[in-house]
Design a protein around this ligand. Structure first.
Ligand SMILES: NC(=O)c1ccc[n+]([C@@H]2O[C@H](COP(=O)([O-])OP(=O)(O)OC[C@H]3O[C@@H](n4cnc5c(N)ncnc54)[C@H](OP(=O)(O)O)[C@@H]3O)[C@@H](O)[C@H]2O)c1
Length: 439
């Protein structure tokens, strides 16, 4: 095998799959020089491979059946790029069971079935590469697993969903409402026809599950990640945020404190002067705070055919290198063997402490601020600053906007329930968490 190259079987010839074929074609010679042997694309299986145009694949056997790749005893490395849970899960497990290495970009699969898949890789001494599954072309998995292996991470903040970042950046720069920007993003192919996975924060939560395991060496289940999407972010709140000196980003946040871990995804106000606030359009960035290193920031394209393919091909090269060593002796996929990952208490959202932006639509009467401040004070929530606007003609209510000092989420929810019942307040109050320490 060594002299004739590493035999690759690619499953899925869509956005990322065609990028991988293009990179292997363009950079094949350089890759062979790096490896000392070529990466040989031997089999390609994709549902519509015989019906849709695809890049030239002269030396590969083509099929629409993904099992033809997994069942071929000659294939050394299976590259899964079909996405979704099934049949990706069964194909991956069977490939590992047969001792084949696997490279995948499938964050949904690893976030939801990681325990089973990482354990199978270990049991069969196979390698699993998943660099492309988080933040596309940014090598954040390798960075957390290897580059930062000697440090103890305290917190991680990620802009890891390009669609949400594009929508929030455009809303902020062009003063447009969420629905308008989303519709245009869909028309331009920047958002899916069914955008819920992205805009409801699910995709970011999949990525955070993996990032948190790597950054903190703990077991994290996808179900334990608190998730809030960006549907309710309004132009009004973007403008008030700016007055307070903040921008709004969908952040994936993981923080370890007192032997517990917070893992949450939600719209977050961050200082406009912070580096993360400057990450615009569909770009991704991950900000890591380590005890020894301090702060570090990783920035780049989080999606797209060629950017994501660079991560897939890097994993292929890495995996091919590890095949030359004793099976199972390479770097474990999560930086340590599965059984060494700590079980840690995950702090429910009600137990977190945060500063908050609050907006109420209140009747323009004397004493309104005092009533609301009184309820907040009764719940140990103190006000850091206030913006109060006068009434324009025709307005029944005026926005009353507050920024709080650090408060307990549980207390905030209890206080907002009471405020929302006041006859002087109309509609539901808006609250957005603030993160200050991002520099
Ligand atoms: N797109 C990105 O920028 C990006 C970035 C990071 C990670 N990822 C991840 O990369 C993976 C692939 O994403 P993608 O954007 O390339 O998806 P895609 O464009 O939808 O491509 C998926 C390909 O797999 C084929 N396929 C689907 N189910 C199949 C089955 N059961 N058997 C055989 N072929 C099947 C599809 O065939 P048809 O042509 O018939 O549909 C299509 O060619 C996903 O896990 C995704 O989350 C994507």
């Amino acid at each position: 095998m060594a002299s004739e190259g590493v035999k690759l079987g690619l499953i899925g010839l869509g956005t990322v799959g065609t990028g991988v074929v293009q990179l292997l074609t363009q950079n094949g010679d350089t890759i062979a020089r790096k490896l000392g042997r070529p990466l040989a694309l031997t089999r390609v299986a994709s549902r519509s491979v015989h019906a849709k145009p695809h890049p030239p694949l002269e030396n590969a056997q083509l099929s629409s059946d993904p099992w033809s790749v997994v069942h071929d005893p000659d294939i050394d490395l299976v590259v899964e790029l079909i996405g979704g849970i099934e049949p990706a899960r069964s194909l991956t497990l069977e490939a590992l069971r047969r001792g084949k290495d696997v490279v995948t970009a499938n964050k949904a699969l690893l976030a939801q079935h990681g325990a089973e898949i990482f354990a199978a890789a270990e049991a069969h001494g196979a390698h699993i590469g998943f660099e492309a599954s988080v933040a596309g072309g940014i090598p954040i998995i390798r960075t957390l697993r290897e580059g930062l292996a000697g440090d103890r991470n305290r917190a991680l903040f990620g802009i890891v969903n390009g669609t949400c970042n594009y929508i929030l950046t455009t809303m902020s720069e062009h003063a447009e409402e969420f629905a308008t920007v989303l519709a245009r993003a869909q028309a331009q192919g920047l958002a899916e026809a069914d955008p819920s996975f992205d805009i409801d924060g699910i995709d970011a939560a999949h990525k955070l599950t993996l990032l948190a395991m790597l950054a903190f060496g703990v077991r994290v289940s996808f179900e334990s990640v608190y998730v809030e999407g960006i549907r309710h972010v309004s132009q009004t709140d973007i403008l008030f945020a700016r007055e307070f000196g903040y921008g709004i980003k969908l952040l994936a946040i993981a923080k370890e404190e007192d032997d517990t871990l917070e893992v949450r995804v939600h719209p977050t106000m961050i200082p406009r002067s912070s580096l993360l606030a400057g990450v615009g359009d569909a770009y991704n960035a991950i900000f890591v705070q380590g005890e020894a290193l301090g702060s570090s920031l990783y920035f780049g394209r989080g999606a797209g055919s060629l950017p994501t393919a660079t991560a897939v091909v890097a994993d292929m090269i890495d995996t091919a290198r590890q095949r030359g060593t004793i099976r199972g002796s390479g770097v474990p996929p999560l930086g340590m063997p599965w059984h060494e990952l700590r079980a840690i208490r995950l702090r429910p959202i009600d137990e977190i402490t945060s500063e908050y932006y609050l907006r109420f639509m209140a009747l323009d009467r004397p004493g309104v601020l005092a009533r609301i401040a009184g309820i907040l004070g009764d719940h140990d929530i103190s006000i850091a600053s206030v913006i109060q606007r006068g009434r324009s003609e025709g307005d029944e209510t005026v926005p009353l906007v507050l920024r709080t000092h650090a408060a307990k989420e549980r207390n905030l929810k209890a206080a907002l329930c009471l405020v929302d019942e006041l006859p002087i307040v109309q509609g539901k109050s808006v609250s957005i968490r603030i993160e200050e320490n991002l520099g």
